[in-house]
Design a protein around this ligand. Structure first.
Ligand code: AMP
Length: 453
């Protein structure tokens, strides 16, 4: 029933694989880009993850690759991705849509042994998917020749810019044959990115998804007022995890890697079934955690932006912003991890007094007011927004003079700490119950807890 896909000019093998995958109607970016790619045209696609962008280049590439063969160490096509996870996801797409092809697809990402990667390259790769750094490492070791590349895909170009990869990409482009087809995807088109397209693409045709879709209408977005101290935020989060309706699993975002680790430890101490995903972890642990989350072995994934960007996990019921993102676009990417492919999703963003300015920037970007969970508490939070957030007891940088000034807060923090400790004790006795300063807020749903062996 993939009539609509076959009308785009894709081969029978590809349309059959698309039918197997259960897709019948091409998305906007697919309908626009696929015929152009098949016509060997350079393309600029302005589209975000979640729009079906990956298949918009994978499907026509598979069709084009049906003609010709790979030669040892000379890949025929090259896809550059900013993160290892995105690269792995594109690899999965080739496996899914390439079931009727016998293509050799190589994934070159950091954290994986060079020996295994070399073996695949030696066999001759039809498709090489790589992060820029690892690709250049292989090139410099003389394991790779890029002069046979017929198609280059630069994916998530704006993210490459944010992550400082543009010099690497410029270098890689000088190693490729000038006669090639280039496909360039980016969610946004800042000037630096626009300039790149004029250098690396020839007479490109630009396609854009109908609307720079900001936040999907399938996501119910909420704000939750919290205190500024990490312990207060952790408590507010635990309460939501216990009471949020329809919660089956969640990705919880922190702004800093260090906080990802702290929050994960805290949730595990409170017996939640949680795992961390951040850029400092080795690749094996990152892939393992992701696969455990996808397979429901972990219910709560605590993540940083880089690690979670673009992740395509179909069934995420909730996204929590433990920290409000400081770049408003990150809010859009984060909450886009839920409510995917037409499903409904929920996002809850914790707002401490100092977060109001970031909230305003987000509301301006998405052109929408986000609702507060318990009525409109913005006024109350705004009133406190000039108050410097108190620091956690014993936290680095807590100067004696601050401590004097914040005597009452420090006292509150101590109470908080005691509460945390007593909560811990309670858990040791009955780890199905979560408590807070105001009493018991009910049992944690059993499926969110780690099984006690
Ligand atoms: P992407 O934007 O490439 O990250 O894709 C987002 C999600 O949409 C993935 O789960 C895809 O499998 C799914 N998808 C891709 N193409 C289609 C389609 N034509 N119809 C429905 N879902 C699709």
């Amino acid at each position: 029933m993939s009539d609509n896909f076959s009308k785009l000019g894709l081969s029978d093998k590809v349309t059959q694989a698309v039918t197997n995958a259960g897709y019948t109607i091409p998305t906007d970016i697919q309908a626009q880009a696929i015929p152009l790619v098949l016509g060997k045209q350079d393309v600029i696609g302005i589209a975000q993850t979640g729009t079906g962008k990956t298949a918009s280049f994978v499907l026509p590439m598979l069709t084009l690759l049906e003609k010709g063969r790979a030669r040892a160490r000379m890949p025929r096509t090259l896809i550059l991705e900013p993160t290892r996870e995105l690269a792995a996801q594109v690899h999965e797409n080739f496996e899914k849509y390439g079931i009727n092809h016998k293509l050799n697809v190589a994934l070159l990402i950091g954290g994986v042994s060079f020996v295994d990667q070399n073996k695949i390259l030696d066999r001759g790769a039809d498709v090489l998917i790589a992060t820029p750094g690892r690709l250049l490492d292989h090139f410099e070791r003389g394991r790779l020749l890029l002069t046979g590349v017929e198609i280059l895909v630069i994916d998530e170009a704006d993210r490459m810019l944010d992550m400082g990869f543009i010099p690497d990409i410029e270098r890689i482009c000088t190693l490729l044959p000038p006669r090639r087809q280039t496909l360039f995807f980016s969610a946004t088109m800042p000037d630096e990115i626009r300039k790149l397209t004029t250098r690396f693409l020839k007479n490109p045709i630009e396609v854009e998804t109908a609307k720079q879709n900001l936040t999907a209408s399938t996501i119910e977005q909420k704000l939750l007022k919290t205190g500024a101290k990490p312990a207060q935020k952790r408590e507010a989060l635990r309460e939501q995890l216990n009471i949020a309706a329809n919660l089956t699993n969640a990705i919880i975002f922190c702004n800093r890697k260090r906080d990802v680790a702290t929050l994960t430890r805290s949730l595990i101490r409170h017996k939640f079934n949680a795992g961390a995903l951040h850029g400092d972890m080795d690749q094996k642990s990152r892939m393992q955690t992701l696969s455990d989350f996808k397979n429901d072995k972990i219910k709560l994934l605590i993540a940083s932006d880089v690690a979670a960007r673009g992740l395509d996990i179909p069934n995420v019921s909730h996204v929590f912003n433990f920290d409000i993102p400081t770049h408003p676009e990150d809010y859009v990417h984060r909450i886009g991890r839920t409510g995917r492919a037409g499903r409904s999703g929920h996002s809850i963003t914790l707002i401490a007094p100092a977060d109001i300015k970031h909230l305003e920037a987000i509301e301006k970007l998405i052109d929408k007011k986000i609702e507060w969970i318990k009525g409109n508490e913005k006024k109350e939070v705004t009133a406190q927004s000039n108050v410097k957030p108190p620091k956690e007891v014993g936290f680095k940088g807590n100067k004696p003079e601050d401590r004097q000034k914040n005597k009452s807060t420090t006292k509150a923090s101590n109470i908080e700490k005691t509460i945390e400790q007593s909560t811990q004790k309670n858990h040791d006795v009955n780890h199905n119950t979560n408590h807070n300063a105001f009493g018991n807020f009910g049992p944690t749903p059993a499926f969110l807890l780690r099984s006690s062996k």
